[in-house]
Design a protein around this ligand. Structure first.
Ligand SMILES: Nc1ncnc2c1ncn2[C@@H]1O[C@H](COP(=O)(O)OP(=O)(O)O)[C@@H](O)[C@H]1O
Ligand SMILES: [Mg+2]
Length: 240
């Protein structure tokens, strides 16, 4: 479904993403790991049109999306959340979902219908009781859930999650991991998930891709990645 080929992003002399190729199937949950600075967020920024690739291309359902702007890519079906939470801070929790419900890939709801539909997604992420609170009243963990509900509201084909479980306590991480699986099962949406919390990612994903210095150095089942020497070196070889 998502096909990435030779994707490269250079910032001056730094090659943040270096000829990365990968594929993600419909309904697949794929983890993306790698040490700090490996290029994970930059890869997401390429796949969502925030940066234009220096080289390479990517497509969704056979449609080339390379070089399109963020809005066009979201419309094509790639949703995301952010490593540093970005909610619409002048709005209530519910209002944060309205643009996606009105102008996303769904049926283009009017305001009253969108306000009602928002409750479905807010219930899904466990925030129904906070729907009409200012989003700035929420904890960071809750605002991560608002971002997730907003991404779902676009009715994407795939959601890119950038460290969505960071800052959560262990039971929240567990609940979050379960909701990832539910998103796939209930909505049929694929997930591409960057996460540092290894237990969470290893227990949830079908497959893991490992980046190091911008390059894909490994790919496999959680079990294969756990036993991969190159991966251990990438993580532990750099400890100083
Ligand atoms: N806008 C930018 N300008 C210059 N360098 C950047 C920019 N964004 C990221 N980088 C560099 O690209 C590399 C990869 O960063 P990033 O994608 O944030 O890694 P990760 O998310 O895996 O921690 C790092 O060396 C980072 O400093
Ligand atoms: Mg990052």
């Amino acid at each position: 479904m998502l096909e990435v080929s030779g994707l490269t992003k250079r910032f001056g002399s730094i090659t943040a993403v270096d000829t990365v190729g990968l594929e993600i199937d419909e309904g697949e949950i794929v983890g993306l790991i790698g040490p700090n600075g490996a290029g994970k967020t930059t890869l997401f920024n390429l796949l969502t049109g925030i940066y234009e690739p220096t080289e390479g291309s990517f497509s969704l359902d056979g449609r080339d999306l390379t070089g399109l702007n963020t809005g066009a890519i979201a419309q094509a079906g790639i949703g995301r959340t952010f490593q540093i939470v970005r909610t619409f801070n002048d709005s209530t929790v519910r209002e944060n979902l309205l643009p996606a419900l009105m102008f996303g890939r769904g049926e283009g709801l009017g305001i009253p219908e969108a306000r009602e539909k928002a409750m479905e997604y807010l219930t899904f992420v466990g925030l129904a009781d906070k729907a009409d609170e200012p989003v700035t009243n929420l904890t960071t963990a809750e605002r991560r859930s608002v971002e997730l509900a907003r991404a779902l509201s676009m009715q994407p084909r795939i959601i890119l999650l950038d460290e969505s479980a960071s800052g959560l306590n262990p039971s929240e991480v567990q609940a979050f991991s379960e909701s990832i699986t539910e998103i796939r099962d209930e909505y049929g949406i694929s997930i591409f998930w960057v996460e540092h919390i290894m237990d969470a990612i290893m227990g949830t994903v079908d497959r893991i891709i490992v980046l190091h210095h911008g390059q894909k150095i490994a790919e496999g089942t959680p079990e294969e990645i756990r036993n991969n020497e190159k991966v251990s070196e990438a993580y532990f070889g750099e400890v100083v």
